[in-house]
Design a binder for this molecule. Structure first.
Ligand code: APR
Length: 234
């Protein structure tokens, strides 16, 4: 903790790279922890359901699963989200790169947030591209339809779909320019997201994660603790 505190005090181009573990203390389950979404029993593996081909094949089932398990509305940012927004306002943090789709970083006041996997807050008609809010998806039964008849699809990167090129590019730029890279609350098992941390050029890559990750040996500092306990000391 002392080293982390010193590195943070000395940095003014911090980049935070986060995953589902950042939002668990707000009440949103992650995917791969023992109580995570992917360890619950469903008719199909969740990674199959939230894929592009499944969305096309069985939109009824997709939206039932999505509404029940993937639509985190009504949750509040926690201490980690708030501290990051504060550092940005103080000119210490240059960007948040997140795999999360819950919009909690922006809700906490963060401005420069690169959402690698999109956001549940943005939903577009697949035919006319009309925008719809998350509440529209939450409140409509069955498959959400646009006034023009097209299916309304969440702006969330499904398996088999590519990430937004501009978001990727800006995330890489921010990571390359970072003096301190804080990687937190992610199992670092999903690509291309996980591979982005390799663009960091410095020697202050910090990994804060409850469980071990494949990048533990690659980081300069590893804290296997909960984010709430670490950020309440920062
Ligand atoms: N403090 C610290 N670490 C935590 C906390 C916490 N409060 N809660 C959970 N974690 C850690 C867990 O130990 C786990 O290793 O966060 C990690 C979350 O990993 P995953 O559940 O795999 O989530 P993530 O890495 O974001 O998944 C990446 O997978 O299915 C896709 O698109 C989905 O964006 C997601 C991607």
């Amino acid at each position: 903790m002392e080293t982390l505190k010193r590195w943070i005090a000395e940095s003014n181009r911090i980049v935070f790279f986060g995953g589902a573990g950042v939002s668990t203390e707000s009440g949103i389950p992650d995917f791969r922890s023992v109580d995570g979404l992917y360890n619950q029993k469903f008719e199909y593996p969740p990674e199959t359901i939230i894929s592009h081909s499944f969305f096309r094949r069985d939109p009824e089932y997709f939206f039932r699963f999505y509404r029940e398990k993937m639509l985190p509305l009504g949750f509040e940012p926690n201490i980690t989200h708030k501290k990051l927004a504060q550092w940005e306002a103080e000119g210490k943090l240059s960007a948040v790169v997140t795999q999360n789709i819950d919009g909690l970083h922006q809700k906490a006041g963060s401005k420069r947030v690169y959402e690698l996997h999109g956001s549940v807050l943005r939903n577009y008609c697949t035919r006319c591209h009309q925008f719809y809010p998350a509440e529209f998806i939450r409140d409509c039964p069955g498959v959400p339809k646009c006034a023009c008849g097209g299916i309304v699809k969440p702006d969330v990167v499904l398996y088999e779909e590519s990430l937004d090129a501009e978001t990727l590019e800006k995330s890489i730029e921010a990571i390359q320019a970072a003096d301190l890279l804080l990687v937190a609350g992610t199992s670092l098992t999903v690509y291309p997201a996980a591979g982005l941390i390799r663009y960091y050029r410095g020697d202050r890559l910090v990994l804060i994660n409850r469980d071990e990750t494949p990048y533990d040996g690659y980081a300069n500092l590893v804290l296997h603790q909960s984010l709430g306990s670490v950020f309440s000391q920062l």
